[in-house]
Write a protein of this length. Sequence first.
Length: 490
Amino acid sequence: MELKALFQKIKFLSNEGAVFIAGGPIRDWLMGRSTNDIDLVVPKGAIAMARAFSSETGGAFVLLDEDEDVARVVLDGFSFDFSGFRKGALEIEQDLSHRDFTMNAMAVPLEEIAPKVAVVPPGLVVPKDVLTKYLIDPFDGQGDIERRIIKAVSLSNLQEDPLRMLRAFRFKAILDFSIHQRVLDLVKGKALLLKSCAAERINYELERIMATDQAGRVFKGLFEVGLLEVIIPEIRGLEGVEQPGFHHLDVLGHCLETISTMDILVGDPCSKFSSCAPIKQWLKANEHLIPYLKWAAFLHDFGKPSKKGMREDGRVTFYNHDKKGADMAVEISRRLRWSRTATLFVQTLVRMHMRPFHLLNDLRKGGPTKRAMRKLLEKIESAYPALFLLAMADSMAGCGPMKPKELDGQLSELFDRIQDFYLKRLVPASKAPPLVNGRDIMALFSIGPGPLVGEALRAVEAQRIEGVLKTRDEAIAWLKEHFPDELSVS
């Protein structure tokens, strides 16, 4: 069904009542941006209208909030949100007065602009002159957009739904606007109200922030107003924990700065990696994981305070902080209701974030060995570009006097070697038939099914990946020599 026909259908279903497009689409169109999300506002009966629209168009109906009369219909890549006037409002201006920010408190009558809506992939646009002709803007949202400022319609509106305090920072990240000082002052005084909000809603806002190229800057802002401590109370233990040598910031400052350096790398991995094509490919294929790559950047050193120690020579140490940090990342992920995939991804990166630095010692001696590269790749698998992005961001965020000037370049060189080993060893091995199978092992050593069979198969595969074994006969000969006492592939 064509777009104009869809809007005509919506108008027809309204039973001749008023229908407005309001909020985000108006903001985006005034900024010259396209949108796939159309927020429709009617005096009442929004859910029933959405059901009817879904039934007649074949769109997918989603009930969002029965009490607030809000539902969604997803159709042909577009999202139509239907909502009734808020809090018993009788006019659209009253409804707009209950919204969060002035830039979101604008509306236009659907019937006036529907003929002018154009499809410009990936979304819809309306000419600015058409919008301004019919614009309902009781709080000068258009002016605040031009001034690039996030201003509350009413401070009481933010307190009624404290998530809006966090949402201000999401808009700051997405739009690169400033937050009005009165909003910042309110947040500083009322940050604890955020505790009343559902974890899923909080994580939605944080994920949107992490998906932007301003995540580091905005997270620093969240810390300054007290919201970050409400969400992640663990940061209390990071502040003031000094780090020697490689670092110029305390642990908290370093973790925040690592988000910023990750912002840079995600935007342009070629700025630090000489062979950046594989990293760009990974980022493109795993766009959904980029917010959690930045979470790993933030959380990677959370284990340091509890693992701080000192050697006899007076040097400060943080032994096993990577393992402790991985455990803390899992706990935080549970509180924020992350998916299993996101949790495992961040946990693995935090646990392994020191491994590239350990391999640099081998690199300086002509390595790393095939065994060391195999062990790394078996643990991280195809996410090795993410691990090296984390290592590079970590390195970039540390500018202490003891940091070697060549460290970033060495990480790039190490990545090249890991990438080469992955393509020339692991990928071919994964596609080739095994040199021996379980029946071979059991027949060769007169044993039944059990753990030793799997251990032997893994050991043979490891030797093949490292280039020691190439044929079935070589594999059998190697097994006869090493079974069962020397099968460990750890």
